[in-house]
Design a protein around this ligand. Structure first.
Ligand SMILES: [Zn+2]
Length: 271
């Protein structure tokens, strides 16, 4: 799977974050504005450039940005390591989004994180595996993440939908976490991309598999979601609530490939 953001997307986000104009960045690197615009749209430079210089100009980490330009992709264990974690990818136009389903293999209690555009495949797995889908947790309210809420509520009577417009302390489970069979779930507020952004951390996996964090659009492999609410808040939330998790933690973003805390600490040029 290719990264959610190409080099041009990353640079455009970094410019927005740091208030650098395209014309300034282009001039500093000896490119015309048209060449720069083409780069931001396609991710491809018209000729050899010093990637570290590009990164410095727009406020990205030079070494990490260069590692992406040289082809870094996150190394992640196969999903079979987590019993059971399944990813569902659905599309509408050019928007491709992931939803994640977890369940306890013994009790068959299950929880779903976001719905994607279409829940048909998810409902099929719930049916064929005999799962009891207790919870639907929403990472934030953007259409691509919640489009299937209505259909799930129609088809699954005892489904409890959890979303957090303003995460109140009483909604956050204590030290023991919220149980789904033997699995345990904790919520962490991650606003910035959206005011209602929440990251869900799942622990208690059989075989001592590492924690899993379903992050929505807070962070992507090598990038982060647009700071619609606030770039600074978005970056702070990722730093405090996601990159502070144990290094082996699996990160499940709404878009693009799976990654880990260790991979993002080492390669994400926004941090
Ligand atoms: Zn979003």
């Amino acid at each position: 799977m290719t990264l959610e953001d190409h080099l041009g997307d990353m640079v455009r986000k970094a410019r927005a974050m740091h208030g650098v104009r395209a014309s300034e960045a282009a001039a500093a690197l000896g490119l015309t504005e048209v060449e720069w615009e083409t780069f931001e749209q396609t991710g491809r430079m018209p000729r050899e450039v010093d990637w570290k210089a590009v990164a410095r100009r727009v406020g990205l980490d030079p070494e990490k940005f260069e590692s992406i330009a040289r082809g870094w992709r996150p190394q992640v264990p196969a999903l079979e390591r987590w019993q059971v974690l399944r990813r569902f990818t659905t599309r509408q136009g050019d928007n491709e989004v992931h939803a994640y389903l977890i369940w306890d293999v013994e009790t068959l209690e299950a929880a779903l994180f976001d719905t994607g555009w279409d829940v048909s495949e998810i409902l099929e797995v719930v049916e064929t595996q005999g799962l009891r889908l207790r919870y639907l947790f929403l990472t934030h309210g953007h259409a691509d993440h919640v489009a299937g809420v209505g259909r799930l509520q129609d088809e699954l009577e005892d489904l409890e939908v959890r979303a957090h417009p303003t995460p109140a302390p009483r909604d956050l489970p204590g030290e023991e976490g919220l149980p789904v069979g033997r699995l345990r779930i904790w919520f962490r507020p991650t606003p910035g991309h959206a005011p209602d952004g929440v990251t869900y951390v799942v622990r208690g996996w059989p075989g001592e598999a590492p924690p899993v964090a379903v992050v929505g659009d807070a962070i992507f492999a090598g990038s982060l979601g647009r700071g619609n609410q606030s770039w600074e808040l978005a970056r702070q939330a990722v730093r405090d609530q996601i990159l502070s998790l144990p290094p082996e933690t699996l990160l499940c973003p709404g878009h693009g490939p799976l990654t880990t805390v260790a991979e993002e600490r080492a390669h994400n040029p926004f941090f």
